[in-house]
Design a protein. Structure first.
Length: 59
């Protein structure tokens, strides 16, 4: 895919399927999600990077 911004990130990979149930996602983790929308925004704050399966201009 195409990166949303340049750079390199390193951290523990955490797959989250539902933003209401992030499990033990924490600072420095890499959030892996099937898709994101505005409901995922609070999860972006502590993580090192975000990887999504499906993306678009607004996700």
């Amino acid at each position: 895919g195409i990166g949303g911004c340049p750079g390199v990130a390193r951290g523990r990979a955490r797959v989250v399927l539902d933003p209401a149930r992030p499990g033990d996602l924490g600072p420095g983790d890499v959030l892996i999600a099937p898709i994101t929308d505005p409901s995922w925004t609070p999860l972006f704050v502590p993580v090192e990077a975000v990887v999504v399966d499906v993306g678009g201009q607004m996700s």
